[in-house]
Ligand binder design. Structure first.
Ligand code: BGC
Length: 829
């Protein structure tokens, strides 16, 4: 692309969003307009019109990238718009420029303009005529600039619009330009320009108001019923100059808008009314919210006056799963929402507070889930280009990409190693070696940087680590201080990433590197085993995370693995199936259980509802995945930590297990060229369906259990084959099938829920984690402090009926509760 445009800025300084315009006549004598293409970008965010007609429905163009090295431009076919203006006296190309990520606030330190004050717009319109000649219209210092009705705009703080200042004349030919001045070219290196490969950000839906209410202090509150990202579109009429103020938040606290989790983000839009019928849509900001407080509304506020507009990167949805358990379904839906909400250009940790950064660890944990749910090739491909650009310049993988942190990021497991594991996960999903090739320099540089700091034993034993971040047992003010040794976590993850690196080198035919990285992976694995694993298979620390990592990352031999699985199952049962893992362990723990013969415990973990657990937030009304297991505490109060978001996708990583193990769709070769269809029913589920659009086409699996008969329906896309492991099949049948639809129906004795009674032996009840969980709740309620061990040798000869006889004077409710627990507990809600 040859660039003729310049990055231009308004001559006068505006607090609000400046407007930029040029007016031109189409050249005569070349015939009709054959094609017109607008190339558009900004240091800020930009919107464009041709004679008043919007050029695109994209918003927040050009999104955020590592602006120091990469600025993406959008390309629009504007032939129809230019043709439409040919009959008019002239054509006006008009731009509105918001602060966006370039000029607005970024991060919690309070400052704006991280990238400097040089906000500007860059546009190149190329009109091709029938005779093959072209006319270029480009941003340069001949353009005019003027004020808009947008008096203030910031992604964190919100937007102020004064409708009295609105006048669309500037978008039309012949505008006099009173109060307007010129523009000047900014110093700008066009070598930074890259085509937009990620999908642009678009409006995705408009949600209606669910409820309007009055808070205890008399404020008007709106509930949209869903935690979302975007803004509120407003229709209003009132006396000129009336100020309507809308504040946003994810949660209510004591019946009032709960803005504490936003920290310093104001998330406030202000509208000054014109006196006529006004419509406001603040497209130079976005908020993470479910609730809003409306102040200053003239007259009565009606539902239809407001709509919540959801915006996110316009990715194609590719993955679904649905089960017979509504709470599980809602959790999955929450993960989908958290993904939407946190993919506004850059994959972020959270979308609401003064942060919203591309935290590497969050994406690393959630990456495989994200790749199942949506086509993320472009959006994450672009993000990996940012990562590589940052790394090449700075020498390290920043903890956040784009990096705006004030200090360098030393390498850390799960965060920095996203440089290896994300390309690897994308390769598994799409089977495209080009992903690995493109990321290869970044991957190898990262691994070598860690190799350089290993101790003499081959362990990653020094330096800062985030460890099992947000382990629920970590102190509230030290989320990295969980119970699993941070360097155990680091070395375990390194064993995984060095293996991914070695395989990548082999796939790409980098033989010397493949040998080197294989030896490194072996060395790290051996070092881990020496330091942290006993001969029998106990893993130092004895935490769920330590076991889960050792099991899932292949750090144990077969016997050790079995033993470690048993130990892990014991640990999760001991915790009553509440969760005890953080960012590092949570994506692995259900896999570690189900792959070592502890499917029942994996389901028990999945379906637990007490705090902290996967489903606890759902029982508290969550509509997105929370940052902390107890972002809202059981008493309904907001966790007082300064780091409490209700919209963090990281813990949603468990959904990958739902897709692969409950739904049963797994890639057996990169890109799903071969599939393993192996659903594993359990947890009282009576059906599940999963659907995934792979690069070969759609895979679908449904299983359903009815009166001891299971039906399994599988659809395999063209060009692939699948090994189907028939669930609960009496002979454990496995069938290889080709593309097409296949169905099976058979009696599955194991599918029937075992029937328990007051006369079932205690050790049998204890072996069913879901029933035992319910019973322990009853014991805790009626017999506090009395230990009842279902695994003790004498439990084989004990029943609940007998137990009652040992408790003279037991309240009748004890019997009732026990009977209820044994008969209903195996089927969750
Ligand atoms: C973010 C996290 C992130 C972490 C690491 C937090 O503020 O919200 O999700 O990974 O910082 O320090």
């Amino acid at each position: 692309m040859t660039w003729h445009a310049q990055m231009i800025a308004a001559d006068q300084a505006f607090d609000g969003a400046p407007l930029l315009r040029t007016e031109f006549a189409l050249e005569d004598g070349h015939g009709a307009v054959a094609r017109a293409t607008l190339t558009l970008t900004a240091q800020g965010v930009v919107e464009a019109w041709l004679n008043g007609r919007p050029v695109s429905d994209d918003v927040l163009t050009p999104g955020w990238s590592s602006y120091e090295w990469r600025l993406r431009y959008a390309t629009y076919d504007v032939t129809a718009l230019v043709e439409a203006s040919a009959s008019e006296s002239a054509t006006v190309l008009g731009l509105a420029l918001g602060k966006g990520w370039f000029g607005g606030r970024l991060g919690w330190s309070g400052g704006g303009s991280y990238y400097g004050d040089a906000q500007g717009a860059f546009a190149q319109l190329e009109v091709e005529f029938a005779d093959g000649s072209t006319q270029l219209i480009v941003t340069d210092d001949s353009w005019a600039s003027g004020p808009s009705a947008v008096l203030a705009n910031d992604l964190y703080d919100g937007e102020t619009i004064d409708a009295r200042l609105r006048d669309d004349a500037w978008k039309r030919p012949g505008f006099a330009g009173d109060g307007w001045t010129g523009t000047h070219a900014l110093e700008f290196d066009t070598a930074k320009l890259e085509p937009y490969i990620g999908p642009s950000v678009k409006r995705w839906a408009a949600l209606p108001v669910q409820e309007i209410s009055t808070s205890p202090s008399g404020k008007t509150l709106i509930d949209f019923g869903q935690n979302l990202v975007g803004w509120i579109k407003v229709r209003v009429q009132g006396p000129a100059g009336t100020e309507v103020v809308i504040r946003h938040a994810e949660v209510l606290e004591h019946g009032e808008l709960g803005v504490r989790p936003l920290r310093t983000a104001q998330a406030t839009d202000r509208y000054l009314l014109s006196g006529g019928a006004d419509e406001f849509e603040p497209t130079f900001t976005f908020h993470g919210f479910r609730y809003a407080e409306v102040d200053g509304w003239p007259g009565e506020l009606r539902d239809e006056d407001l709509r919540a507009v959801v915006v996110h990167s316009d990715m194609r949805r590719t993955g679904w799963v649905e089960t017979s358990n509504e709470l599980v379904n809602r959790m999955h839906e929450n993960a989908v929402w958290s993904m939407r909400d946190n993919f506004v250009g850059v994959p972020t940790d959270c979308p609401q507070r003064d942060e919203r950064l591309g935290w590497t660890g969050d994406l690393n944990a959630f990456g495989p889930t994200a790749a199942y749910l949506y086509d993320v090739r472009s959006v994450l491909g672009s993000w990996l280009d940012d990562l590589a650009a940052e790394q090449a310049e700075k020498g390290y993988v920043p903890w956040v990409v784009p990096d705006i942190l004030s200090t360098p990021s030393p390498p850390t497991a799960l965060w920095s190693d996203v440089a290896v594991s994300l390309p690897w996960a994308l390769y598994q999903e799409y089977g495209d070696q080009g992903i690995l090739r493109r990321a290869y320099p970044s991957m190898t540089t990262f691994i070598r940087s860690v190799e350089a700091v290993l101790d003499e034993n081959g362990l990653w034993s020094s330096g800062f680590q985030y460890g099992d971040w947000l382990d629920p047992d970590a102190p509230m003010d030290n989320p990295a201080g969980g119970k699993t040794d941070r360097h155990l976590v680091a070395s375990a993850y390194l064993a995984k990433t060095t293996r991914e690196m070695a395989e990548t080198a082999a796939i790409l035919g980098e033989d010397d590197d493949a040998r080197h990285f294989t030896a490194l992976a072996d060395r790290v694995r051996a070092a881990f085993r020496r330091e942290y694993v006993t001969a029998g298979g106990r893993v130092a620390n004895e935490t769920a995370t330590a076991y889960a990592l050792a099991i899932c990352f292949g750090l144990l031999d077969e016997d050790q693995r079995r033993h470690a699985g048993d130990q892990l199952a014991r640990l999760v049962a001991k915790a009553g199936f509440t969760i005890s893992t953080g960012f590092a362990g949570t994506p692995m723990v259900t896999d570690a259980l189900s792959s070592t013969g502890h499917l029942a415990e994996a389901y028990a973990l999945l379906t637990e509802t007490r705090c902290p657990s996967f489903l606890y937030p759902v029982t508290m009304g969550a509509t997105t995945i929370w940052e902390r297991w107890d972002s809202i505490r059981p008493d309904g109060t907001i966790n007082p930590s300064g780091m409490t978001s209700l919209n963090h996708y990281a813990f949603g990583a468990v959904c990958s297990w739902l897709h692969r193990v409950v739904g049963g769709i797994q890639a057996a070769a990169p890109g799903y060229r071969r599939l393993l269809i192996a659903p594993q029913p359990g947890g009282g589920l009576t059906h599940a369906s999963a659907r995934h659009v792979t690069v070969h086409g759609e895979v679908a699996v449904t299983w359903r259990i009815e009166e001891g008969v299971i039906t399994v329906d599988v659809t395999i896309p063209p060009g692939t084959e699948a090994l189907v492991r028939l669930p609960l099949h009496p002979e454990a049948a496995e069938v290889t099938v080709e593309a097409g639809t296949h169905s099976w129906r058979y009696s599955a004795p194991g599918a029937e829920r075992p029937e328990y009674s007051m006369d079932t032996a205690l050790n049998v009840l204890a072996a069913d984690p879901i029933v035992w969980r319910s019973l322990t709740e009853v014991f805790a309620k009626h017999l506090p402090g009395i230990p009842i061990d279902g695994n003790a040798p004498e439990a084989a000869g004990m029943t609940l009926e007998l137990l009652l006889q040992y408790i003279p004077g037991a309240a009748p409710e004890l019997r009732e509760d026990l009977e209820q627990a044994v008969t209903t507990a195996a089927v969750p809600a």
